[in-house]
Design a protein around this ligand. Structure first.
Ligand SMILES: Cc1cc2nc3c(=O)[nH]c(=O)nc-3n(C[C@H](O)[C@H](O)[C@H](O)COP(=O)(O)OP(=O)(O)OC[C@H]3O[C@@H](n4cnc5c(N)ncnc54)[C@H](O)[C@@H]3O)c2cc1C
Length: 463
């Protein structure tokens, strides 16, 4: 898809934006442009020409109508925690930040639902709905916005039990490129009416429409939770245990894999004491203490049978948090321990049965390139991340090459180039390989919804 040429932001466009939003919500200050030039990924920064902060859907629609008529690029921005450059304004134009559209519009407690504006952080949302004994389960670690999570179909640690963001949304209001506001989906749990436009927009990374409101499913907070951390002699034993635990019907709420190199690095943090071995972190939720204890006993038995070297398990809330601290803070500990080093974060997913082959392949690549890269993954979903360090152009080029090897292996195992971070900038090069003729259907959809190509240009499709 050839990226169209875009019109620049002129003083007259600025005047019209100020008329729509008020002058306090339109900025061309260099500090604001810099703050919205790069997400948390390794991709290069790019400056928008103007940042706008709408507060209501009608303003979003009016800005889009103007941008569409004038052929100006518009890139939506949640809070910039994306890991694939998804929100980087590659073609300048308008950066539309949702930081000020962060309200809870209605809690439908009896329906286990909440309607929100897209800019609210999922952690902030959960702090508010906890008083109803409810929570929104998808958890990408960072305090990502709901709009950014919907747009990327973010997943994270609890997906193995509660699903990804796409599984936890019922209805959205979306502003189309031409400024029309539409509602997709409904508040009914069962929906069978017409095309599933809701899930067309979820995961579209702001390239098909802009989410202005969402009704999300909430889940009762589990009364009893346990944590289990298990070390194994080999990657193969750890990964086979993933399959065994999932196959046992135990229904873990989290099932994470961390490789030996990463455990060693994490153990440099205060109060973290992990064996330098391939390790699984698990969490289980239950409605009663006996049910929890029974499950824990079963997990212990499975792990011992699979050759575990050590099994640390607890249902005590303080000890549970302590056991999980290393996994939850892994990115923070990694970056703190790596002055002067950047990380190229790879994100592939494969069917569960292919997970051992995927991880084994990455081990071989690490050995071949004598690479100290860290593997960490949502093993219960067949999703693995490889954090590949780089310090200069040569090591960046090598990281890029290794990323390609890993993605192609995942595709050959009937997996995907991205389990949860989205296509953004970095995965566009694999879209033809992954989707073949289906990519043409995606292009048709893009063209019919955004004929001028103004929405988040440069993402999803290879140029
Ligand atoms: C430490 C760390 C850990 C992470 N762990 C995980 C993880 O475990 N699982 C996971 O899935 N992700 C993870 N992420 C990645 C990131 O948190 C997710 O991709 C998240 O969805 C990004 O949300 P955001 O609000 O920061 O969106 P941004 O990065 O600001 O934007 C992401 C995309 O959403 C679009 N967008 C934003 N708002 C809207 C809107 N209202 N309408 C339409 N499009 C919009 C943007 O244009 C962009 O394409 C992690 C990130 C960090 C920094």
């Amino acid at each position: 898809m050839t990226t169209p040429a875009f019109a620049p932001i002129t003083p007259e466009i600025l005047r019209q934006l100020q008329e729509i939003l008020g002058s306090a919500r339109v900025s061309v200050a260099r500090a604001d442009l810099d703050l919205h030039a790069r997400d948390q990924s390794h991709h290069h920064a790019a400056l928008a020409e103007v940042v706008v902060w709408p507060t209501e859907a009608e303003q979003v629609a009016a800005v889009l109508k103007l941008a569409n008529a004038q052929h100006i690029a518009v890139t939506p921005w949640g809070v910039g925690t994306g890991l694939e450059g998804n929100a980087i304004p590659l073609h300048g134009g308008i950066l539309m930040s949702f930081e000020q559209m962060d309200k809870i519009l209605k809690v439908h407690a009896d329906d286990f639902q909440v309607t929100v504006q897209p800019g609210i952080g999922h952690k902030d949302l959960n702090a508010q709905v906890a008083r109803y004994g409810l929570f929104f389960p998808p958890d990408p670690g960072a305090n990502a916005s709901i709009g950014g999570m919907l747009a990327n179909n973010a997943a994270g640690i609890r997906t193995v039990k509660y699903g990804a963001t796409k599984d936890n949304v019922l209805r959205m209001q979306v502003a189309l490129a031409n400024g029309t506001l539409i509602q997709v989906g409904s508040r009914s749990i069962k929906q069978s009416s017409g095309y599933d436009l809701l899930h067309l927009f979820v995961g579209s990374e702001g390239t098909l429409g802009v989410i202005t409101e969402a009704t999300l499913k909430l889940t009762p907070i589990a009364a009893y939770m346990s944590a289990v951390v298990v070390a194994f002699e080999s990657v193969a034993a750890a990964i086979e245990t993933v399959v065994a635990v999932r196959g046992s019907g135990l229904d873990p709420a989290a099932l994470e894999f961390v490789d030996a190199a990463h455990c060693k690095m994490l153990s440099t943090a205060e109060n973290v004491d992990l064996d330098e071995k391939p390790t699984l972190f698990m969490e289980f939720h239950a409605a009663s203490q006996p049910a929890l204890e029974y499950g824990l006993e079963m997990v212990r038995e499975i792990c011992v049978e699979m050759g575990a070297l050590s099994v640390k398990a607890t249902s005590d809330p303080t000890e549970r948090k302590q056991l999980w601290y290393a996994r939850h803070a892994s990115y923070e500990i990694l970056t703190r321990n790596s002055p002067g080093i950047e990380y190229f974060i790879n994100d592939v997913a494969v069917p569960l049965s292919a997970y051992p082959a995927m991880v084994g392949f990455i081990e071989d690549v690490k050995a071949e390139y004598k690479l100290t890269a860290y593997m960490i993954g949502h093993a219960g979903d067949g999703n693995i991340h490889v954090d590949i360090p780089f310090t200069d152009q040569a090591s960046y080029d090598q990281a890029l090459h290794i990323n390609g090897l890993i993605v192609r292996k995942a595709l050959s195992l009937e997996g995907t180039s991205t389990g949860e971070h989205g296509v953004g900038i970095g995965k566009t090069q694999f879209m033809v390989e992954e989707h073949g003729a289906a990519l043409d259907t995606m292009r048709l959809l893009k063209h019919s919804l955004d004929p001028n190509g103004i929405l988040n240009p440069g993402k999803v499709f290879p140029d």
